[in-house]
Write a protein that binds this ligand. Structure first.
Ligand SMILES: N[C@@H](CCC(=O)N[C@@H](CS)C(=O)NCC(=O)O)C(=O)O
Length: 225
């Protein structure tokens, strides 16, 4: 078979980009990486994703695939070894539902705990904890979200492993995901973070913390001006 031409456009701080990296690594697929500067997007990114102009974008033999969840599905359907999606249609639909919950509800509620202050922060924390409880329930009787094997939903929720702890550290909070309130999620975080294809992919915490504080300043100053 001719060598595949596979390009991935991403940015080191994007949770959506990381899920694609994990899927590609789990399947041992080689690719060429293009790091984007989102303040000065490359002509290639604008060409491949003119509508949203966002990363990640995967380009396979010249054809762009956009939106991280669609990219994961494309990867799984194109390189069939070591499948990452559930094979059962109902389980697959459910996995999509929870991936969307993670992006639309959980991630935004956790981000709100970080950018708000005072009473708003307390309210945001209540909502975030409720959402985390929902995710904790999904792990009952399972090592990973899909069962015994790492897969799609682990990649989609993988950002939890790093982001929540870093936000706690920046704000000097006790661990949000502690062993007592979230025993299953805590164990999943350990398993996922230490798994072979994941463990060396995280950027250093201090780099992430600097970036998150910078973004928070921008968000706060734009909401007060
Ligand atoms: N739903 C998209 C979200 C992608 C996204 O929000 N990417 C951010 C980086 S984390 C981005 O490229 N932002 C650039 C911009 O908004 O201009 C996905 O899952 O791929």
């Amino acid at each position: 078979m001719p060598k595949e031409d596979l390009k991935l456009f991403g940015v080191w701080s994007s949770p959506f980009y990381h899920r694609v990296v994990w899927a590609l690594r789990t399947k041992e697929i080689e690719y060429e990486y293009f790091e984007e500067d989102l303040a000065n997007k490359s002509p290639l990114l604008l060409q491949y994703n003119p509508i949203h102009q966002k990363v990640p974008v995967l380009v396979h033999n010249g054809k762009p695939i956009i939106e991280s969840v669609f990219i994961l599905q494309y990867i799984d359907e194109t390189w069939k070894d070591n499948t990452i999606f559930p094979q059962d249609p109902h389980e697959k639909a459910n996995a999509h539902f929870w991936a969307k919950f993670g992006d639309d509800k959980l991630l935004s509620s956790i981000w709100r705990t970080f950018i708000t202050e005072g009473k708003d922060k307390e309210e945001a924390m209540t909502v975030a904890l409720e959402n985390l409880k929902v995710v904790e329930e999904l792990l009952k009787g399972k090592k990973y979200f899909g069962g015994e094997k790492i897969g799609f939903l682990d990649f989609c929720l993988g950002w939890i492993c790093k982001l929540v702890g870093i936000l706690d550290e920046i704000d000097g909070l006790n661990k949000t995901i502690d062993d007592e309130q979230f025993p299953l999620l805590s164990t999943w975080i350990e398993n996922f973070s230490s798994s072979l294809y994941i463990k060396d992919t995280w950027p250093p915490n201090d780099r992430w913390a600097t970036r998150l504080c910078y973004v928070r300043e921008i968000v706060r100053s734009s909401s007060t001006s």
